[in-house]
Design a protein around this ligand. Sequence first.
Ligand SMILES: Cc1cc2nc3c(=O)[nH]c(=O)nc-3n(C[C@H](O)[C@H](O)[C@H](O)COP(=O)(O)OP(=O)(O)OC[C@H]3O[C@@H](n4cnc5c(N)ncnc54)[C@H](O)[C@@H]3O)c2cc1C
Length: 289
Amino acid sequence: MIPANFTYHKASSLKDAIALAESLGEEAKYMSGGHSLLPMMKLRFATPEHIIDISKIQGLSFIKEEGDLLKIGAMTTQTEMEYSDLLRSKYPIFGDAIKLTADPSVRNVGTLGGNIAHGDAANDQPALMLAMRATVIAEGVDGQKSIPIDEFFHGFYMTALEPTDILVEIHIPKASKHSGGAYHKVERKVGDYATAGVAVYVELDDDGVCREIGIALTNVSAVPMRVDRAEELLRGKKITDDLIGQAGVFASEDCEPTSDLRGSEAYKRSLVDTITKRMLNKALERARQ
Ligand SMILES: Cc1cc2nc3c(=O)[nH]c(=O)nc-3n(C[C@H](O)[C@H](O)[C@H](O)COP(=O)(O)OP(=O)(O)OC[C@H]3O[C@@H](n4cnc5c(N)ncnc54)[C@H](O)[C@@H]3O)c2cc1C
């Protein structure tokens, strides 16, 4: 289909983009890679009257460690993340997810910021952000703000961002000596959105006790979700096979899938159980290396 008419604006700076968004009002939408927004416009699920292209704003594309944080700029493409030496060596969970996301042509332009700001529980990055306890940094009319990821996803395609806010970067606690993460999703075919996906990030102390854990799910709820009950079960303990089995059961009981073309509710719960157990084992293996 063809999108409804809109006026295209190209922003050259954050200040410029935010001022434009403020003056154009709620009928304006930011666009980064456009690979979530444009398909929605073609289906007429979104009909913004103004598109503000923020993809050429300088300084929003980077991946670096600084102090206690891993910082990734919002305009960093998924391909840039896939080929980042830093992410490959210290945060392989990103590679797990990105190689299962869409196809190279989408990943070449789809950005981390857009993937998260879209607020779609079917996207892969939100589960990683929840598992890794990210903080979203946004810039708006009142300056910069930090939004903990647990306060970011508000509902179906709804986030804590105000219409004039631009997601500028993501902060993630830096990988520690004994931390590791893993992500997997089952998809109907290569490049498809998840039937169900699970992200796990674990941090152990020197004795192998679980100091912190994040378990989050893709596309089995209306809003990207954390599995609190499974995390609480594992935090502060040496993780055994029995505990991993129980965590899988908790995740499958607590997720909220609906039956659709990708599978029945029961099938998705069963996937969540199995993938949670596998990703816990994989994340633990990486944390112990
Ligand atoms: C065929 C196809 C298959 C796909 N499969 C997958 C998949 O399996 N998994 C997956 O995770 N994704 C998938 N995607 C989505 C793809 O990864 C998107 O590119 C990505 O999710 C959004 O990034 P973007 O830069 O294109 O965002 P855009 O499309 O530009 O924007 C998406 C939304 O976020 C807002 N936005 C964008 N950037 C910002 C910002 N910096 N600050 C504030 N708001 C912003 C926009 O206003 C819009 O509402 C697929 C896309 C296609 C076309």
